[in-house]
Design a protein around this ligand. Structure first.
Ligand SMILES: Nc1ncnc2c1ncn2[C@@H]1O[C@H](COP(=O)(O)OP(=O)(O)OP(=O)(O)O)[C@@H](O)[C@H]1O
Length: 311
């Protein structure tokens, strides 16, 4: 039998990670399944653990399963960026859980575990696309499963992570309110700017851009359907450009985006690509899978059929 490894973020979903692991561990112990488990202790720890486990692991290491939110899985896939043969399992226990939405992972721990064990025991996995965000000339990059976002959404992500009452709202299952508060706060200072893009070799100019999302699957920000047509198996990234839009209409966009109807607004342009280069007049923040990654200029490219997931 190949090694089964779990990395658990107990703090994900404001403590849901710890509770989900208790449920999963109970099933594993009851059924006499052999496994190893590691708990994260700080931000970035899942990435370090995944890399260390993979580098020390021998041919017996077949999969690493993350228990946590999108941030935890994002760290694990980045820790395994040089170990593509290792399959990644996911048991959702976060606040947003957009990976679960987009990749149709069961949110029930027992069901998600059953699916993982079924594939793990057969040595199989499901193959999906991912994305790569290149940040500079030095090879610094981040892999992502959901999307990369440039501009307002990344600025809101940064602001939301610093809100003093974020944990309280998350605990009360009102995480979307911290996003709304961060949005209102960020809107006061955020300035749209002109951007230059090269999309699969073709040049584009976008005026007064608020945000550009480059998505592998439809959801981000905890259920916002930013790219309704995105499919993580089509070999493409789906670009959503929001530009030249008045602030009041931007608020309307943030309401309609939950149903995907924002694409009907004339200020929203949808494109697809395999690779996009983006440069802005002033450096804009960039996020990947909801984690702040850096600033423009960036190149975002699809990693077609390169993500081996147990889901
Ligand atoms: N032991 C720990 N204590 C506190 N924070 C931790 C710990 N381990 C990891 N972290 C950090 O917790 C943060 C939240 O994790 P994660 O993104 O998985 O959950 P979430 O934010 O609740 O869910 P989602 O991303 O789906 O909204 C991450 O930034 C992660 O690095």
């Amino acid at each position: 039998m190949k090694d089964l490894v779990f990395i658990i973020n107990p703090a994900a979903g404001n403590g849901r990670g710890a509770g989900t692991w208790r449920k999963v561990k109970k099933i594993l112990d009851r059924d006499g399944v052999q496994y190893r488990s590691f708990q994260t202790e700080y931000q970035g720890h899942a990435e370090i653990l995944a890399r260390q486990i993979a580098s020390l692991g021998n041919h017996r290491l077949q999969s690493i399963t993350g228990i946590g939110g999108d941030g935890t899985i994002h760290e694990i896939i980045n820790g395994l960026s040089e170990y593509e043969h290792i399959h990644v399992g996911y048991i959702p226990a976060g606040s947003g859980n957009d990976i679960a939405r987009g990749f149709k992972t069961s949110k029930k721990p027992a069901k998600a575990l059953k699916n993982i064990l079924k594939q793990h025991n057969k040595g199989k996995c499901r193959v999906f696309d991912g994305g790569r965000l290149s940040l500079d000339h030095f090879g610094n990059h981040r892999l992502f499963l959901n999307s990369a976002g440039i501009g307002l959404d990344a600025a809101v992500t940064a602001a939301a992570s610093q809100l003093p009452f974020k944990n309280m709202l998350n605990k009360a299952n009102l995480g979307y309110l911290s996003y709304a508060a961060a949005l209102l706060h960020t809107l006061q200072s955020f300035q749209p700017c002109n951007m230059e893009a090269v999309i699969d070799g073709n040049s584009f100019q976008f005026e007064k851009v608020w945000l550009i999302a480059v998505a592998n699957q439809p959801y981000y920000g905890g259920g916002m359907k930013i790219a309704p047509q995105a499919v993580p198996t089509d070999g493409l990234l789906h670009i959503t450009v929001v530009k030249e839009i008045p602030k009041w209409k931007l608020l309307l966009l943030f309401v309609t985006v939950f149903t995907g109807k924002h694409t009907l607004l004339k200020e929203v342009e949808i494109l697809t690509c395999k690779e996009i280069f983006l440069r802005s007049e002033v450096p804009l923040p960039v996020q990947a899978d909801g984690e702040i990654a850096g600033e423009t200029p960036v190149i975002v490219s699809v990693l077609a059929s390169r993500m081996n997931l147990l889901t």
